[in-house]
Design a protein around this ligand. Structure first.
Ligand code: NAD
Length: 428
């Protein structure tokens, strides 16, 4: 993108509304802030979006920079630090794939440096951070996409259409879960054998977190520690909430109640390995979220929307509709009546209808043939960057989904029901 256009696009308040489209021939240059495990997936997804080029990367562990540069065919440069990426005017957009405690600061600095931003979920580390970020996105007019990618998939769109068109009938409950049963699934990742004070920049990792001595477990398994992560809620439930809000067309639950504990992976861990949460929405439905790291190693993902006419389940790239038969069977009730009353019941239209058990309704399967959700999410982001239109998962969407996760943790820690203040977009 040319410098003139970039300066114009970054022109302060309201720039999003006034900015012109970028000509399709113009290449969008991308700097990747942190190239950890997730960012390598982001890198591969960005490579699939035409008209984009990853020109720079940085990371606090040298091995990840080496691998990322290799993945770009040596076209990207090592910038050494995120500040250097932000101060390079030739970079249009950045991805932020650091641990969660860094997100707010980096997003704010990137927006104020005139970059469009793709930030991994959860957008925030605490509820109030979301308001600051939303204000900064509005003020700078830059694009901010949050990286909970499922809502860009065709399956999620189809599920939303099913719900909104009434195919499922009245939806009163959603059940969703992530279960695992292995060290890796529980975030106890292997540590690269060359990790040392020479290859790991400990101070860069800590950033706004409390000062601590060099610790490779904290660096590579940061999700297990409260100073960098909100555990299951912010890592996993946040995805479920983003999808639920998208599918149901809602913003936030009115009330949240959660219980969780650390039962098994007690070594080098502070966050629970088992968590249950209940969310009640004003729109007339409840949500049941759960996660255990102690069972169901395989097939531990559940996402089910339960309606009076049928239930829909997301399963990998498939969406399965289980219609309800509506069949009512009171045989066990009337068989405890006097025999003559039972016989009379089966002579009534209601009783006769119960004698005709319908064949079980056939499931309907929708197979998602669209791009992988992360690729689709970047297509949405880059088209927003070009056309200066709001992306699918802006600061508010990210703020709300992350806030659900924070309310879950606040409830699990206090034992109290947490409530949302819809007027001020924060905890009541
Ligand atoms: N959308 C998804 O499906 C998905 C999946 C996994 C992770 N994530 C999110 O992605 C983010 C990263 O997770 P991950 O699994 O890649 O973790 P990771 O530990 O593999 O990567 C984090 C990287 O950040 C680097 N880093 C830390 N501080 C830095 C700094 N100041 N400057 C530059 N680099 C710095 C670390 O060196 C590390 O390489 C998290 O927010 C996580 O929630 C999203």
């Amino acid at each position: 993108m040319s410098l003139t256009r970039r300066v114009f696009l970054g022109g302060g308040a309201g720039a999003l509304a006034q900015a012109q489209s970028v000509a399709p021939s113009d290449r969008i240059t991308v700097g990747m802030i942190a190239v950890g495990s997730r960012s390598h997936e982001l890198l591969e997804a960005i490579k699939k979006v035409p008209g984009t080029e990853i020109v720079g990367v940085c990371d606090a562990y040298a091995g990840r920079v080496e691998r990322a540069i290799e993945r770009t065919g040596s076209r990207a440069k090592d910038y050494g630090s995120y500040e250097r990426i932000l101060s390079d005017p030739s970079i249009d957009a950045v991805t932020i794939g650091t641990p969660d405690h860094w997100h707010k600061q980096m997003v704010l600095e990137a927006l104020h440096a005139g970059k469009d931003v793709y930030c991994e979920k959860p957008l925030t580390f605490s509820i109030d951070e979301g308001l600051e970020i939303a204000a900064a996105a509005e003020k700078t007019g830059k694009i901010l996409q949050v990286g909970s990618q499922t809502i860009s998939s065709e399956s999620a769109r189809t599920l939303r259409d099913w719900v909104q068109s009434g195919k499922l009938g009245q939806v009163t409950m959603i059940r969703a879960a992530y279960n695992r049963n292995s060290p890796g699934g529980s975030w106890i990742y292997p540590i690269p054998p060359d990790a040392s004070t020479k290859t790991v920049n400990w101070e860069a990792f800590l950033g706004p977190a409390p000062k601590r001595d060099f610790d490779l477990e904290r660096f590579f398994r940061w999700r297990c520690y409260k100073e960098y992560s909100g555990g299951i809620a912010t890592d996993l439930f946040v995805h479920l909430c983003t999808t639920i809000h998208f599918v149901m067309g809602v913003t936030m639950p009115a009330e949240v109640l959660a219980m969780g504990d650390l039962y098994r992976w007690t070594q080098s861990r502070e966050v629970p390995d088992t968590l249950n949460a209940l969310l009640r929405y004003r729109e007339g439905f409840t949500v049941n979220l759960s996660s255990t790291f102690n069972s169901r190693a395989d097939g531990g993902y559940l996402f089910e929307v339960l309606g009076t006419e049928g239930a829909a389940q997301m399963a990998g790239r498939e969406l399965i509709f289980h219609p309800e038969s509506g069949y009512d069977n009171n045989a066990w009730i009337v068989s405890a009546w006097p025999s003559r009353l039972e016989a009379e019941f089966y002579r009534t239209p209601k009783g006769r209808s119960e004698l005709r058990r319908p064949a079980p309704p056939k499931e309907e399967v929708y197979s998602d043939s669209g791009p992988a959700s992360t690729v689709a999410h970047f297509q949405d982001f880059f088209s927003s960057v070009r056309d200066r239109k709001a992306p699918i998962e802006d600061a508010w969407v990210g703020h709300h989904a992350a806030s659900c996760a924070h309310l879950v943790n606040l409830s699990a820690e206090s034992g109290a029901i947490m409530r949302w203040d819809f007027e001020n977009h924060r905890q009541a």
